[in-house]
Design a binder for this molecule. Structure first.
Ligand code: SF4
Length: 86
């Protein structure tokens, strides 16, 4: 049976499928951070995830939150544009 298509096809290949969201939104919880980063490091769609975050987050209205594309909110704030390679 073929995989079900999503609105964002890359979502079918995420390494964090089924992971506890608290892992990616755990703030300063270092155990959660380490688990999240280990998933992001081996994720085949890391660039797509980062691109999505950089184009979807309205950081002018509220602070960035969570880990996307293997980067923390502070790291994403430092990116000059969303096309930077990882
Ligand atoms: S790069 Fe994005 S999709 Fe991949 S594991 Fe990390 S948070 Fe999940």
């Amino acid at each position: 049976m073929a995989k079900e298509e999503t609105v964002e096809p890359w979502l079918n290949d995420i390494a964090c499928s089924g992971a506890d969201p608290e892992v990616f939104f755990g703030g300063k919880n270092m155990v959660a951070f380490t688990i999240a980063m280990s998933m992001c490091t081996r994720c085949p769609v890391r660039q797509e995830c980062l691109d999505w975050a950089m184009t979807s987050e309205d950081h002018t209205a509220r602070p960035r939150h969570g880990i996307f594309g293997g980067l923390t909110p502070a790291q994403r704030d430092q990116l000059p544009d969303r096309t930077l390679p990882l």
